[in-house]
Structure formats: C-alpha cells, structure tokens
Design a protein around this ligand. Structure first.
Ligand code: NAD
Ligand code: TDX
Length: 332
C-alpha cells in the first residue's frame, strides 16, 4: 500500500487526480493537504470523502511542522498546490511567490530529510514563455513572463536543484491548458461556459487570437501517473493535448454547443503582458509510449455537459468573494 501525499488536492486538477488515483488503483492511500484558498473546494471530493483510503488535512504547504509530519508517512508526493491564476498574479503576486516558491521549498526540504520514492513537481508549459512558431522541448530556455509563470519556474528549478544537490527523487511535468469538471470559473473555459449558460457576456481579452494548447484534465492525470511510473529521476516531461486553439475558436465552440447568440462575445482590454501562444513538443513522452486518449471535441462536449448538469456546483462559487474579484477585473 503506497501513501500519496497530494497537495492542492481540493483544486481543479488535484481533485481530478485524486478521483483518477482512487479509481485506478486499489492499493493506494491518499492524503490531501490543502489550505482551502478561494480555489480549494471540498465539494470536488464528495464522491471520495468516505473512502477509507482517503484523508483530508487542511493546512499550508509552507507550514514546516505539518509538512514534516505528513512527509514522514508518505511514499509519493505530487505537488499541485499553487496560486494558479495569471490575472490574479498580476494584481497581487505575493501569495504566488509564497506558495509556489516557499511552499515547494518547504515540501522539498521535508522530502530530503526522510525517505520517499517519488516527488512530482507539477509545473506548467507557461515556464517557457510565448512562442510564435514551432514548439518548446524540455531542454529549451525558460522565459516566463507573468508573476505566476515566474513563480512556477522558480518551483520547477528548485525541485531540480533538490534532485541534483540532495538526491531527492524529483520528476517535473510541464502541462498545457487543462479543461474539464471542477474547473474554477475564473479560467477561460469554465467562465465562458457558465456565463453563456446564464446569458452573460464572455469577455475576450485583446483580439482573441492568443493560442493555447488544450488537454482534457483526465489525460493530464494519466500523463502524471505515466511519468511517475516510467520517468527518469531528475527529468522534465512536457504533457500536451495537441489541440491548439485561439480563444475566439474556443468561444465560438461554446456558443455553438449551447446554442447562444454571438452578441455574448465582448472584446475587453488585454491582459498586461499577455502571452501570445503556448506550444510544447511532446515527442519525448510519445516515444516512451504515452499519448492523450481524449478527442478534443468529444471531451469539450463532455465538459460543457458537466457544467450544464452541475449548476449548483458553480452557482455556489459564483457569489461572494468571487463576484467581488470579477467586478474589479472587468470594471462592470
Ligand atoms: P487551482 O487553483 O484550481 O487549485 C490549487 C489548489 O491549491 C487549491 O485547492 C488551493 O486551495 C490549494 N492551495 C493554494 N495554496 C496552498 C497552500 N499554500 N498550501 C496548500 N494548498 C494550497 O489550480 P489547478 O488549475 O488545479 O492547478 C493545479 C496545479 O497544476 C498548479 O500547480 C498549476 O500551476 C498547475 N497547472 C495547471 C494548469 C491548468 O491548466 N489549470 C496547467 C498546467 C499546470
Ligand atoms: O475572461 C477571460 N478572457 C480571456 O480572453 C479569461 C479568464 C481568459 N482569457 C484568455 C487569456 C488566455 O489567453 O484565455 C486564455 C486562457 O486564459 P486562462 O484560462 O486564464 O489560462 P492561462 O492564462 O492560459 O493559464 C492556464 O494555463 C496554464 C492556467 O490558469 C495556469 O494555471 C496553467 O499553468
């Protein structure tokens, strides 16, 4: 029985990963360490909360004492915990530096003082920065351009340094943009889907021609699992969906699927320092035998349907603190 310490497991990808893990393997225990920031939501884990293999611990990855205690019983660490929204990092970067850097450092320090089998640092394709043509391979220079991506780059390289310097069994994954259930509705796809359902505006930044590569969240979880089992320690692995779309293409897809009018599209002020295009080359993982399973349109339809069927989940979020943030964001 392996014990996984999953940090940030109450967020979007972390909760999907816990469902994936408990669904796929019988012989795993999962300890979910999450601070429950605005983005952490225990509703995401209702289906597993009574599973005897699952335990939730409310706490901060920067809390050295707590992290040391939990690390002592862990075999595998998967660090999802982070401040994750680029727009918020532009408004107030401090928590990004604290959690994404000091938090990762605290976990790695604890890991080097005990024995663990694997430490997976969940990084992002944003660490490479923007690219107009072609795509980034794992050895390309890192040129992050937002406080979010810069703090994620710090964590990515701190993790690497703990492998080189102290022999912590680190693996690093850099994934592209995820979509799927339990995605906090401040990010493009869940925001636009839920706004369209409510006949509200879809605020497109700039000209809407920025490009992202989209991957269904379950494929990301599967990629992490593959890297954990087959990756070489100290190495970096790009995980991408191979579905490059402009933000306008995503918007039009959502409108068409929900049969909503074009008039919901509004063009708003651009995000400062808005990266034009993210693109990663995933041939390294492909050569090792891994590829995403989901087709983009099928997974998008499944995702849109999930938001249609789980109105209660996102309506609860789209109130209070969220609304304050949203109003300030677009000056509505
Ligand atoms: P999210 O914002 O939905 O979830 C983050 C979770 O971390 C929340 O549950 C939050 O409560 C928790 N958390 C924040 N600070 C914490 C702290 N100090 N201690 C403990 N828990 C804390 O984010 P997400 O979209 O699920 O992303 C998860 C990870 O994957 C992040 O590291 C992100 O950088 C990375 N990533 C995300 C994407 C994407 O498309 N969403 C793509 C590539 C990589
Ligand atoms: O209202 C919006 N209007 C808009 O045009 C929002 C929220 C976004 N956008 C644009 C900005 C981006 O070009 O859509 C694109 C996607 O935006 P986000 O959903 O905020 O994602 P992005 O900035 O690409 O970052 C995401 O992918 C990489 C995650 O939030 C990160 O955590 C991950 O590392």
């Amino acid at each position: 029985m392996k014990t996984y310490l999953v940090t940030g497991g109450a967020g979007f990808i972390g909760s999907n990963y816990i469902h994936y893990l408990l669904g796929k393997y019988k012989d795993v225990n999962v300890v979910n360490l999450d601070k429950l920031t605005y983005a952490g939501n225990l509703d995401n884990l209702k289906q597993v909360e009574n599973d005897p293999r699952y335990k939730f611990v409310k706490g901060d990855i920067c809390d050295e004492k707590l992290v040391n205690e939990l690390m002592a019983d862990a075999d595998v660490v998967v660090n999802f915990a982070a401040e994750s929204h680029v727009d918020r990092s532009i408004g107030s970067p401090d928590d990004f530096i604290k959690t994404d850097n000091f938090g990762a450092f605290t976990l790695l320090e604890a890991a080097r003082r005990t024995h663990i089998d694997r430490f997976v640092q969940i990084s992002t394709d944003e660490v490479y920065g923007s690219i107009d043509n072609g795509s980034f391979v794992e050895t390309d220079p890192l040129m992050p351009s937002s406080p979010y991506s810069a703090s994620k780059t710090g964590a990515d390289r701190i993790a690497f340094s703990y492998f080189v310097t102290y022999g912590v069994p680190v693996l690093i994954t850099r994934c592209s943009n995820n979509y799927g259930p339990f995605h906090y509705p401040e990010k493009l796809i869940p925001l636009f889907v839920t706004n369209a359902i409510e006949d509200k505006d879809m605020p497109i930044y700039g000209d809407g021609l920025n490009v992202r590569d989209w991957i269904y969240v379950e494929d990301h979880c599967d990629g992490i699992d593959f890297v954990l089992r087959n990756g070489e320690l100290g190495e970096v692995y790009n995980i991408g969906g191979g579905n490059e779309k402009t933000n306008l293409e995503i918007t039009d897809y959502v409108l068409k699927k929900l049969d909503k009018p074009d008039s919901l599209k509004i063009f708003v002020k651009d995000r400062p320092g808005h990266d034009r295009r993210y693109a990663i080359d995933c041939s390294r993982l492909k050569k090792m035998g891994w590829k995403p399973n989901y087709d983009f349109e099928a997974a998008m339809d499944k995702t849109i349907q999930w938001y249609v069927e789980n109105v209660e989940w996102w309506k609860k979020i789209k109130s209070g603190e969220y609304m304050e943030y949203y109003k300030n964001q677009y000056n509505k």
